[in-house]
Design a protein around this ligand. Structure first.
Ligand code: 3HC
Length: 396
């Protein structure tokens, strides 16, 4: 197995920073790489703040200081030279296939002959990313969840050409990364399908959300009322979470699903307009909510949740997820439904659908048929494994 000591984190936006922080805290030497000094310097400062917070809580280990950890952090704007002595690159660049392919090739052309390229893509084919880089066997996926230091789940993905050695090294690295809340949970993803496990499980909820967002806008209902619909049931409502992850991420992901899973995923009017107007949520300071002013002490928008819109139903959302979970089992992406439920809990802090679905699925079939008719989205119709209830006979 490859002995990993030096990691390059490529693309140091919010996710890349989180990845770099946990890698540094695990003891790796980390080089931050992005396209200009401003981005790299901003990331370095952001990571330092996070490490300092951990130091204040005594989470760095006996006698270890922020300065010790940041002393292992280098900065670069040139990937080709940064990979020269690296053992692994973890990329979190923009969700564009041609960019991912380009950086995987630069890595393999310039890195040592054992270097591993791990993509943190949310949805895209690992096989395709690595296909033309010269060493597809050393390409895999290591997929994190936002905010990286606090979310327990990491998915490790085997592409069509990923070697056992690469996969095992990636599993080892993932297992070595600390998480500041709860216990680290690694979900091995056995098949390279769009969205892997957690994102795929929640993907068709985007179809529902685009429809709900557009209806809510048409009716002129304030966005906070949608988040109020699930207050107490989810750590963040659908609007805040969309802003938190980023409208651009949501937009690119759904266009990718529209190409690879079903045209029903095409982003709706609201998200498309926000994307075009560069209202990307937390990262630009303005999305559905204002993320610059009137923030809570935790830096989140102040949301008036006193009235519910009655538009977003958590139970429908669970039914949609159960249907997709069944598709994941049909496709052999996860080894059983417990992995799917556990990964969702560790990646989103929301229970997976199988726990409840085992008892409710017959009622949920009718809800899905009804929703598919109302929205005109065929993809929401229950799949065979759910309709027949045969998922109950499958491996836990
Ligand atoms: N380093 C060290 N400490 C940190 C830190 C960091 N980088 N970031 C935050 N902290 C600390 C905070 O300072 C805080 O400390 P305190 O308790 O002493 O004040 C502590 O960690 C907890 O932070 P918060 O108070 O902000 O945490 P909350 O309890 O409010 O929870 C949340 C925030 C975990 C984001 C919660 O709202 C949640 O679970 N939301 C859902 C997130 C989710 O669904 N993520 C997945 C999105 S999908 C995805 O990412 C996939 C991708 O492919 C798109």
């Amino acid at each position: 197995m490859t002995d990993i000591k030096n990691i390059v984190t490529l693309g140091v936006g919010l996710m890349g920073q989180g990845i770099a922080q946990v890698a540094l805290m695990a003891g790796y030497n980390v080089t931050l790489v992005d396209i200009n000094d401003e981005l790299v310097n901003k990331a370095y400062s952001g990571i330092e703040v996070g490490v300092k917070k951990s130091e204040e809580k005594g989470k760095l280990g006996e006698g270890i200081t922020t300065a010790d950890i940041m002393g292992r952090c280098k900065k670069s704007t040139d990937l080709a030279s940064a990979v020269k002595d690296a053992d692994m690159v973890i990329e979190a660049v923009i969700e564009k296939m041609e960019v991912k392919k380009q950086v995987s090739k630069i890595t393999m052309d310039n890195g040592p002959s054992h270097i591993i390229f791990a993509s943190n893509t949310s949805t895209m084919s690992i096989t395709e990313i690595g296909k033309d880089c010269g060493a597809p066997d050393r390409v895999c996926g290591i997929h994190f969840f936002n905010p990286v230091p606090l979310m327990a789940c990491i998915e490790v993905i085997k592409g069509g050409n990923t070697s056992e050695e690469t996969f095992n090294s990636a599993m080892d690295v993932a297992n070595s990364l600390p998480v500041l809340r709860g216990k680290r949970y690694i979900a091995p993803v056995l098949k390279d399908r769009p969205g892997f496990i957690v994102n795929r499980l929640n993907a068709p909820n985007h179809i529902y959300l685009h429809w709900v967002f557009d209806q809510t806008a048409e009716k002129g209902i304030p966005w906070g009322q949608l988040d109020a619909d699930v207050a107490g049931l989810m750590p963040m409502g659908p609007i805040e979470l969309t802003d938190y992850v980023g409208i651009d991420t949501f937009y690119h992901i759904d266009n990718y699903y529209a190409e690879t899973l079903s045209p029903d995923f095409k982003p709706g009017k609201v998200i498309t307009k926000m994307f075009e107007e560069n209202k990307l949520g937390r990262k630009t300071g303005q999305g559905f909510y204002n993320w610059k002013e009137n923030l809570t002490p935790k830096g989140r928008p102040t949301i008036d949740k006193s009235t519910k819109a009655g538009m977003f139903k958590a139970e429908i959302s669970m039914a949609i997820a159960l249907n997709e979970g069944c598709r994941l089992l049909e496709e052999g992406v996860a080894s059983g439904y417990k992995v799917i439920d556990d990964a969702n809990m560790a990646g989103m802090n929301v229970p997976g659908p199988f726990g409840m679905g085992k008892k409710q699925y017959q009622k949920w079939i009718d809800m899905l048929e009804d929703l598919a008719n109302k929205t005109g989205k065929e993809y929401l119709k229950p799949c065979e494994l759910m309709k027949t209830g045969k998922f109950l006979e499958m491996r836990k």
